[in-house]
Design a protein around this ligand. Structure first.
Ligand code: AMP
Length: 284
């Protein structure tokens, strides 16, 4: 497994892989790898002869009051995970390698970057889109793999790639959950035992929305209100709890055949997000 810290080393490794006629896949991460990341790596390995994982805690996607400094960085464990998962290349850039002094070019994917996560975390998606564009330009993969767990992020990345004509296919992989429903997240390691129990309310609120809508409830805003109450009663501080259009993420008032429920809530000092696509069968 190649461990690269510099852009030039990544480019050379990818060039050699292409000479061997391998399709190149890329899995961008912030490290603290878990089974969710591993599922993306597996999907990549199934479709690509060469799998590149990037590990970079991107300062530009964290707000000033957010957890950039305390975000976990267990690099040795992450490299061991990658090695045993059969990764070919891990790119671990320094902040200076990606953002040299004077860096000032940014990508804004509007209006998607301003709603939900974007409204709760101003500047977040500008940081995400900018770093993803850079990583895709550095690795130049045939395919890149993202998790449905970050639903808005994968929508935004898809739109950016489409509108900038990037020659990359974006794959979205299903959310990996603990047996009790908690979506895996690097931030789950901040939770103590009580908070972990409380955090189950995110998935419960999404299931509640799915049940109500699948049983014929037509008032989508009332469903969103119930989601929010469930989150509050469990002891979280929700940023949003909505049922939205699958593409624009506009909040819905009446149900569609396909939609997505999304939540973000603070559990103690930890902010968690989750979502659930919902399909309702057309009535005969
Ligand atoms: P992160 O390291 O949190 O930036 O995540 C890197 C990639 O892994 C993103 O595309 C995430 O959507 C994806 N991911 C994170 N958690 C999960 C999960 N529980 N299931 C599937 N994919 C995930």
């Amino acid at each position: 497994m190649i461990i690269a810290h510099q852009v030039a080393d990544v480019r050379q490794a990818v060039r050699e892989a292409r000479r061997g006629d391998h399709a190149v896949g890329c899995v961008p991460t912030m490290g603290a790898l878990h089974a969710g990341h591993e599922s993306l790596i597996q999907a990549c390995r199934e479709e690509c002869g060469f799998t590149a994982v990037t590990i970079f805690v991107n300062p530009k996607q964290f707000g000033p009051a957010e957890d950039f400094a305390r975000y976990p960085r267990p690099l040795e464990d992450d490299l061991a995970h990658c090695r045993s998962a059969g990764v070919d290349l891990v790119f671990v850039p320094t902040v200076e390698a990606l953002y040299p002094t004077g860096f000032s070019t940014y990508v804004d994917v509007e209006p998607l970057s301003r709603v939900l996560e974007g409204a709760a975390r101003p500047g977040h998606f500008r940081g995400v889109a900018t770093v993803v564009l850079k990583l895709l330009n550095i690795v130049q993969p045939d395919r890149a793999y993202f998790g449905q767990k970050d639903f808005q992020q994968q929508l935004l990345v898809r739109k950016m790639c489409r509108e900038f004509d990037l020659p990359v296919e974006i794959r979205t992989c299903p959310t990996v959950r603990e047996p009790d429903g908690l979506a895996l997240s690097s931030r789950n390691r901040y939770l103590n035992a009580d908070e972990r129990q409380t955090a189950l309310s995110l998935h419960r609120s999404l299931q509640l929305a799915a049940e109500r809508l699948q049983h014929g409830e037509r008032d989508v805003r009332a469903v969103a209100g119930e989601m929010r109450r469930l989150l509050e009663t469990a002891g979280t501080r929700p940023d949003y709890a909505v049922v939205a259009d699958l593409e624009s993420l506009e909040e819905l008032a009446t149900p569609r055949q396909k939609m997505v429920a999304l939540v973000a809530a603070h559990v103690g000092r930890t902010r968690l997000i989750d979502n659930l696509p919902i399909t309702i069968e057309p009535r005969p």
